[in-house]
Design a protein around this ligand. Sequence first.
Ligand SMILES: [Zn+2]
Length: 78
Amino acid sequence: MLMGGPMCESCGRPRPGATEGRFCDRCADARGTLLPWDEVHRRLVEEEFMARNGMGRAQADAAAREALGRMPAWKGRR
Ligand SMILES: [Zn+2]
């Protein structure tokens, strides 16, 4: 995992230069409130694993659940 610098506690994305809040702009609304798990999961599946990594939906879905289950914001949730 990334060393140094703040990271999103929901998805683990680095947040270089971030000084407030615990979540990135993809995981929280404009006020910094964490979005529902379903929404965070869907974005991770579609915008990260499918769009960037080229996974199929089933594989991306499983990978996103696995990834979120390790994050402080979602620990134990899948
Ligand atoms: Zn995030």
